[in-house]
Structures are given as structure tokens and as C-alpha cells.
Design a binder for this molecule. Structure first.
Ligand code: HEC
Length: 126
């Protein structure tokens, strides 16, 4: 009886730690990316917002985000370096189109890292 209790405890600890590792290893669109978009981008990048009006980039859904601007995709799954979305939040294109537009100092480094990680892992709808 005692041994079995111990076994259950050990097993549940194991599954807990593998869950924690999985959470660390993979960025989630729903849990990690959407909250950042919601807080820092959506204001302008939804119908009626000035980022949407000017570029055509609507970030309200995964599908519309992946569709990109009127000129095409801004995310290249697996490649954050050439993804325009990452380039503009890192200010790599031009200072005048650093996103979020007009935000002093820009997006915090840890948030940029989350978006990069998600793109590098394939920009999945996960
Ligand atoms: C205050 C409004 C505003 C916010 C907030 C904002 N944007 Fe923008 N965004 C714009 C405008 C305006 C443009 C069009 C810029 C231009 O073409 O000169 C744009 C364009 C873009 C483009 C297209 C760039 C290109 O070269 O075609 C991307 C990608 C983008 N934004 C991503 C983001 C991301 C990601 C966020 C959140 C981290 C964000 N934006 C937040 C206003 C905003």
C-alpha cells in the first residue's frame, strides 16, 4: 500500500515535470502569442484600426494574421529572420515602421523572444 502511494506520487511528479518542460519548449499561438497581439497590436491591426487601414494586416485571427498585408505574408514559418513581422518589431526594416507603431522603447525583449520562438517553431495554430 505504501509503495503504491509512493509510486503514484512519483508518477504524477514525472508527468508534471514533463508538462512543464513541454510548456517551456514550445511556444503556443493561443497562450503566448495572442495575449501579446491583444495587448500591443490589435488596437491598430483590426478592421477600423490605422495599422489595418494602412497595411491591410488584420491580426484578429490566426488565418488573417497568416494572410498578412495587402502585399502578402509577414510571417515565414520557421524563419524569424526573414519574417517581416519580426523585422518590424525589432526595428530592422526602418525606424519609422518599428512596431508597435509609436511605442516608446518598443516591445519588451522577452515578448519579442516569444514571438521569434513561435515563428521559428513553425508559427503553428497551437
Ligand atoms: C498605434 C498603431 C499600431 C500598433 C499598436 C501596431 N501597429 Fe503595426 N502598423 C501600423 C501602421 C500605421 C502600419 C503601416 C505602416 C506603414 O506602412 O508606414 C503598420 C504596419 C505593420 C506591418 C506591415 C509592415 C510592412 O512592411 O508591410 C506589420 C508586420 C505590423 N504593423 C506589425 C505589428 C505588430 C506585430 C504589432 C504589435 C506588436 C503592431 N504592428 C502594432 C500601426 C500600428
Amino acid at each position: 500500500m505504501k509503495n503504491r502511494t509512493l509510486l503514484v506520487v512519483v508518477l504524477s511528479m514525472l508527468s508534471f515535470s514533463s508538462l512543464a518542460t513541454a510548456a517551456q519548449a514550445e511556444a503556443s499561438y493561443k497562450n503566448d502569442v495572442v495575449p501579446i497581439i491583444h495587448d500591443y497590436c490589435l488596437n491598430c491591426h483590426e478592421p477600423g484600426g490605422k495599422g489595418y487601414e494602412k497595411s491591410g494586416l488584420n491580426m484578429t485571427t490566426y488565418e488573417s494574421l497568416m494572410k498578412g498585408t495587402k502585399f502578402g505574408a509577414v510571417i515565414k514559418p520557421g524563419d524569424s529572420f526573414t519574417s517581416i513581422l519580426i523585422q518590424v518589431i525589432e526595428g530592422r526594416v526602418h525606424a519609422s515602421i518599428k512596431m508597435p507603431y509609436g511605442m516608446n522603447g518598443g516591445l519588451a525583449k522577452d515578448k519579442i523572444e516569444i514571438l521569434k520562438k513561435w515563428v521559428n517553431q513553425g508559427a503553428k495554430d497551437n
